[in-house]
Design a protein around this ligand. Structure first.
Ligand code: 5AD
Ligand code: SF4
Length: 455
């Protein structure tokens, strides 16, 4: 039997073992890759016979899919675990914790020492074994299923997707870049690309199920390579041909690997989004070198210029870290300068967080917390001003929108996203959900636009 069949067997055995009506609750931290992993976790757990709940008090199983990119996730996890101690005693729930944080030795030690009531610890390379781990845990076994060897890619796991209109498709796992601040290469292992046919078949299936938008995921999507002569541009070109999918996004590319063939693929497609996420991290060549990013401020700006020249109407979004060790005021001003020059559509801003085991953690001149926060606020102020100015340009334009559902704040309104990723709300019938429609923008607000459907 292959590994997936073994797990299917455990799914059946678990379903026979548990009482009817069992419920599970899941908490997902971190990036879209983790969200996609959680969809697979939910797929497996639901096939085991559990149904989802958001109410902890009625849960029989609580799952955490953790992230360790920044420190605040740790605080969140341990806080939540503390709260669960009483519930474990009262309802005898099963607690399972998986994901990136579980690959870290100091976290495993802390869980062993201070949270002995956790039942299952599973890592990033053993996610597919959750049915087996759960089956054993139900029989009062304490499970630690974490390995350090790069996991194989298992196809055909059950999946329960969050949305009925847009879907994540992970195309590669792991990262070889070792940016000096980043823990990901240590917890997710080396780059492994999925076979192109498995990806194309998944996208075709999504199109058949009525999905309109896909986001291709990977730590470094543009180093995707499944065969000597098949790279990320080839994959984009092939996905572009799949009928039914109307919008293709990808996250995250690395500027150093943004090749001309990828630029051409975007240019030649009317499905691939012309809003490109291009993580900057810092605008200072000096800091970029220390971050091991392998490009300079000038090279980043050149790349932006080249993409704009070749494709025309493109927008950029980015990730920026402030307060990296040894960052001076001058370095920070270089970051502000790039933000001004590129005029990003959206910036995901992070305060540098020391990660055990990374090169940057060992650097001597760590920036004072106060200075980090002060720089973060200055960056935020600039970014918010740019976003507010950019939002004004949307008013009276017609946006092609994927209608995702009703608005959480006002169920009488529909909500969707523009090609550039902006949330837009508008009145309309619910049978528009899942469709791509034209919406005229009538007003702009900091974090969303308001519009009306064009008849
Ligand atoms: N501290 C702060 N931000 C970080 N990121 C990665 N590692 C760290 C860290 N140690 C940010 C980067 C990355 C995003 C996903 O998280 O900007 O692009
Ligand atoms: Fe981390 Fe850099 Fe890899 Fe992204 S490319 S996951 S920031 S090491």
């Amino acid at each position: 039997m292959n590994e997936i069949d073994i797990q299917k067997d455990y799914i059946n055995k678990t379903r026979d073992l548990i009482k009817k009506g069992q419920k599970y609750c899941i908490y997902t931290m971190g990036c879209s890759l983790n969200e996609n992993d959680s969809e697979k976790i939910c797929g497996m757990i639901e096939q085991c016979g559990y149904t989802k709940t958001s109410d902890l008090n009625e849960a029989n199983l609580v799952i955490f899919n953790t992230c360790c990119v920044r420190e605040n996730a740790e605080e969140k996890l341990f806080g939540k675990l503390g709260e669960l101690k009483e519930l474990k005693r009262k309802n005898n729930i099963i607690i399972a914790i998986g994901g990136c944080m579980m690959q870290e030795k100091h976290i495993q030690d802390k869980l062993n020492k201070s949270y002995p009531y956790v039942d299952i610890i599973f890592g990033t390379h053993t996610l597919h074994k959750l049915p087996e781990d759960l089956y054993n845990a139900i029989q009062n076994k304490k499970i630690k299923d974490v390995i350090d060897i790069d996991g194989e890619i298992y196809e055909g796991l059950p999946i329960k997707r969050e949305s009925l209109t847009k879907a994540y498709v992970t195309i590669m796992y792991g990262c070889n870049n070792f940016c000096s601040y980043c823990i990901v290469p240590y917890v997710r292992g080396r780059e492994r690309s999925r076979n192109k046919d498995d990806i194309l078949n998944e996208v075709k299936k999504l199109a058949d199920e009525g999905y309109k938008e896909i986001t291709l995921l990977g730590q470094n999507v543009n180093s995707y390579k499944c065969m000597e002569d098949y790279n990320f541009a080839n994959l984009l070109n092939d996905i572009d041909k799949i009928d039914g999918i109307e919008r293709i996004r990808f996250m995250s590319p690395h500027p150093k690997d943004f090749t001309d063939d990828v630029i051409d693929a975007i240019k030649n497609s009317n499905k691939i989004s012309k809003t490109i996420h291009l993580p900057l991290q810092s605008g200072s060549s000096n800091i970029l070198k220390k971050m091991n990013r392998k490009y300079t401020k000038e090279q980043y700006l050149e790349l932006v210029k080249k993409i704009k020249n070749k494709i025309g109407n493109v927008l950029f979004t980015t990730d920026i870290i402030v307060g990296f060790p040894e960052e001076t005021e001058k370095d920070f001003e270089d970051t502000l300068d790039v933000v001004k020059k590129v005029n990003f559509e959206q910036v995901f801003m992070f305060i540098y967080s020391r990660r055990k085991g990374t090169i940057a953690d060992k650097m001597e001149n760590q920036v004072e917390e106060k200075v980090k926060h002060e720089r973060f606020n200055r960056l935020k102020e600039l970014v918010e001003k740019q976003i507010a100015d950019n939002n004004k340009k949307y008013v009276n334009t017609i946006q092609y929108v994927l209608v995702e559902g009703t608005s959480k704040n006002n169920p009488k309104m529909l909500t969707g996203r523009t090609e550039s990723g902006k949330v837009i709300v508008f009145e309309g019938k619910t049978d528009n959900i899942g469709k791509m429609i034209n919406v005229k923008v009538i007003s702009e607000h900091m974090w969303y636009l308001k519009g009306e459907i064009i008849k």
